[in-house]
Design a protein around this ligand. Structure first.
Ligand code: GDP
Ligand code: MN
Length: 388
């Protein structure tokens, strides 16, 4: 779950990471009140989950209440790359000497946490990585040992931060690492981390992504859930308890088991297609689950074909087949289905599907995952007007 900047800063505050004094507002009057409370000059910042807000006019400096009012009224309701601004964060303006970048993520390949630190902050880290990769210090952290203050200092020195910033930045890195681990983040990023003209160091921005798998030990995350902005497909999936992630391809995917769903994505890619989603219907592939899954996929206007990949273990082939037949009665699908049904009682399942009177143009069965993926991709491309 991605947090807004103001929520990220509130989360940082729990770990004692310094941020500018400020507050969130949903109306112009509230914004002015927050500005009065923070003390002028202030910065009025659009709260949307997309980078480059400054360039889009979503970050403005205000020297007095009249300017704060003007900027807040311009920014609230603004459309930034398709995101409508519903809230602004108003904070005391900072006198910036230098801007740095700092983040923690998990490096899955190395099975370690990764600190990325750069003296070139304030711009997208991807562009630094492209133009000047040596300017980014990458430092793996053994999760058992954690990050010591000495290691953090060394990273700051290696990244060539201003010597005046090293102590302050190192302390923040240690706190940010605690926030990342104890706070169960997938990403904890500060860009920019600033050195002020008075020598202090603090976080000017906050990008925090929480690990949903840890939600059970964080009742306090409920308040973030309330403001979460999911796309319509994700919302629908959530109400049906489906493990769904929207992607931007054309082949809708349904599989039982996260591993199988991921392999299905890979195979679709391998044969030249692109997945419209990740969708794991889990163990019990009954008619209700299948109906919900097909409804969510049907909602996606980009979907040109649907690949159902089921390997029956505890789930039995005839249950899956009956579920699909029933689901097809309930949902009027826009795209044809290709199914690969294997595992427990797959024969029975396939014969149920073959004898259900569903035309081949709507549903066809393929014996292997690869052949099913090829067929689904061919259908998707055919409808796109390109010949597979
Ligand atoms: P993003 O571009 O959407 O990530 O927004 P940020 O919060 O990172 O702000 C973008 C840029 O605005 C920063 O890199 C700063 O250069 C500038 N900025 C933001 N807040 C302040 C401030 O308090 N004082 C000054 N001088 N500049 C600021
Ligand atoms: Mn930023």
């Amino acid at each position: 779950m991605d947090l807004f900047e103001y929520q990220g800063k509130q989360y940082f505050a729990r770990y004692d990471i310094p941020v500018s004094p400020g507050g969130v507002a949903t109306t112009v009057d509230e914004a002015v009140a927050q500005a009065d409370a923070a003390g002028y000059p202030v910065v009025v910042k659009a709260q949307v989950q997309v980078g480059g807000r400054g360039k889009a006019g979503g970050i403005k400096l205000a020297n007095d209440a009249a300017e704060a009012r003007l900027h807040a009224s311009n920014i609230l309701g603004m459309d930034i790359k398709g995101h409508i601004v519903k809230r602004v964060w108003v904070e005391r303006a900072s006198d910036i000497a230098e801007e740095y970048y700092a983040s923690f993520t998990l490096d899955r390949a190395a099975k370690k946490h990764l600190l990325m630190l750069s003296a070139e902050g304030g711009v997208e880290i991807e562009s630094v990585a492209a133009s000047n990769p040596d300017a980014i210090v990458m430092c793996h952290i053994n999760p058992v040992d954690g990050l010591s203050l000495a290691d953090a200092r060394q990273a700051c020195v290696d990244a060539r931060l201003n010597p005046a910033a090293v102590d302050g930045a190192a302390e923040i890195l240690v706190k940010l690492y605690r926030c990342f681990t104890e706070g169960d983040c997938d990403l904890a990023e500060i860009n920019p981390l600033i050195l002020r003209s008075d020598g202090g160091v603090h976080a000017l921005d906050a990008k925090v992504s929480l690990d949903n798998n840890a939600a059970f030990r964080h009742p306090e995350w409920d308040e973030y859930r309330a403001t979460e902005e999911l796309d319509e497909r994700e919302q629908l999936a959530r109400t049906h308890d489906l493990q769904y992630i929207g992607l931007d391809g054309t082949v809708g995917i349904i599989a039982n088991g996260a591993g199988l769903a991921m392999s299905t994505l890979d195979v679709v890619n391998q044969v030249g297609g692109s997945a419209a989603n990740f969708l794991d219907i889990g163990g019990g592939a009954n008619a209700d689950m299948m109906t919900a899954a097909l409804e969510v996929i049907n909602f996606d206007q980009n979907v040109r074909s649907i690949l159902i990949n089921i390997f029956g273990g505890i789930t039995r082939g005839e249950d899956v087949a009956n579920g699909i037949v029933e689901a097809l009665r309930r949902v009027d699908l826009r795209a044809p289905i290709v199914i690969r049904l294997d595992g427990t009682n797959a024969e029975q399942g396939r014969s149920i599907l073959a004898n259900a009177g569903i035309p081949e143009s709507k549903l066809r069965s393929e014996p292997t995952m690869l052949e099913a993926a090829r067929a689904a991709v061919a259908l998707a491309n055919e409808k796109n007007g390109t010949v597979a």
